[in-house]
Structure formats: C-alpha cells, structure tokens
Design a protein around this ligand. Structure first.
Ligand SMILES: CC(C)(COP(=O)(O)OP(=O)(O)OC[C@H]1O[C@@H](n2cnc3c(N)ncnc32)[C@H](O)[C@@H]1OP(=O)(O)O)[C@@H](O)C(=O)NCCC(=O)NCCS
Length: 158
C-alpha cells in the first residue's frame, strides 16, 4: 500500500470529507453535522491523506482519501461513520483508520466500543469483524433508503 497518514479532522477538511460522504451514503451528513461534531469535545474524527502530498497535486480537491469518526461517553464509545473514496477502496485505508480510531478511544478511557452497520453491507461487516468487533444485537428497520436492519457490534477494549 502507498504511504498514508492519519490525522485529526479539521474544519478546513470538511469540503473534501463531504466528497467522500456523498460518494458513499444515500443520506449523507451535512456540512453542519460535521462542523458541529468537530466542536464537541467528546468526538474524535480522523482523516486519511497521502503521506506524500506531491502525489495528490493533480487532484487537489480530493486530498482526503477517507475518514472515520467516533463519539465517546464515559467508558463507552460509538463509531459513527467510516468511509473511503471509491477509487481508494480495498487498499487497507479503512483498516488503518479504524486501528487509529480504536487506539484513540482507548486513550480516552473507552472500554466498550459499539457501532451499527447495515446487515447487508458486506465490506463493512468484514472490516469490523477483522478488527475484532462481534455482533451483539440487531435494530429493526434502523436505516432508510433502503430500509434495512442494523447489526449492532461491539469490541471490548483492553
Ligand atoms: C467499508 C469501507 C469503509 C471499507 O474501506 P476500505 O478502505 O476499502 O477497506 P480495507 O481496504 O481496509 O478492507 C478491510 C477489509 O474489509 C473487507 N472488504 C473491503 N471491501 C470489500 C468488498 N468490496 N467486498 C468484500 N469485503 C471487502 C475485506 O475483508 C478487507 O480485508 P482484506 O483486504 O484483508 O480482505 C468502504 O467500503 C466504504 O467506504 N464503504 C461505504 C461506506 C460504508 O458502508 N461505511 C461503513 C458504514 S458507516
């Protein structure tokens, strides 16, 4: 895999994050949702970018390759979203993002990390299983467009 760098999301990243968001979700978060999230002290949002910025010179508006977010409440954390640009998928970027996100939630004192995922979202289910998440429940009709159940997954952190 080419070299990528993971860092905290900044407000100035939001336009590029929205490109990733809109490519991936039928009901994308708005600019305001991201801006509000970044202002919450309990939130943790990371972006992946090329370690060598010269490589992304030709596509300056797409410097964010993917992003991941979580919200922390005491000893519990929730992964709110993770997505990667279509053309950058299956290169291990989400795996690296998730690894960093887990590390940072541990540093914030999280013991149980949760997430919801569409029951037919095979790439995401595989990603989460590989990271040690296990299914612990189901939320009926949790998602719209299309209507779909959510699988609730949990990872106990060291
Ligand atoms: C899910 C998603 C974030 C994975 O990103 P990615 O950078 O392509 O993932 P990785 O390259 O790190 O792959 C991790 C694992 O996921 C699985 N995976 C990824 N894409 C897959 C696909 N198209 N089909 C099957 N499994 C897949 C594989 O098990 C892979 O591990 P492997 O390469 O060792 O086999 C990406 O597909 C995406 O943005 N999807 C749309 C948004 C989304 O559904 N987000 C999750 C819900 S919030």
């Amino acid at each position: 895999m080419e070299q990528i760098r993971i860092r905290n999301m900044k407000e100035s990243d939001i336009p590029a994050v929205l490109v990733v968001e809109r490519e991936n979700f039928s009901i994308p978060w708005s600019e305001k949702s991201f801006r509000d999230m970044l202002q919450r002290p309990e939130s943790l949002f990371l972006v992946a970018e090329r370690a060598d910025p010269a490589e992304s010179r030709e596509i300056p508006d797409s410097e964010v390759l993917g992003y991941a977010g979580a919200v922390v409440a005491g000893a519990e954390g929730d992964v709110t979203n993770i997505a990667v640009l279509d053309r950058e998928k299956q290169k291990g970027i989400a795996t690296v993002l998730l690894k960093h996100l887990i590390r940072e939630t541990i540093a914030k004192g999280v013991q149980d990390l949760f997430l919801e995922v569409r029951e037919h979202n095979v790439p995401a289910l595989r990603l989460y299983e590989a990271a040690g998440f296990v299914p612990v429940g189901r939320r009926k009709g949790y998602y719209d467009r299309p209507k779909e159940d959510a699988v609730l997954m949990k990872k106990a952190l060291p």
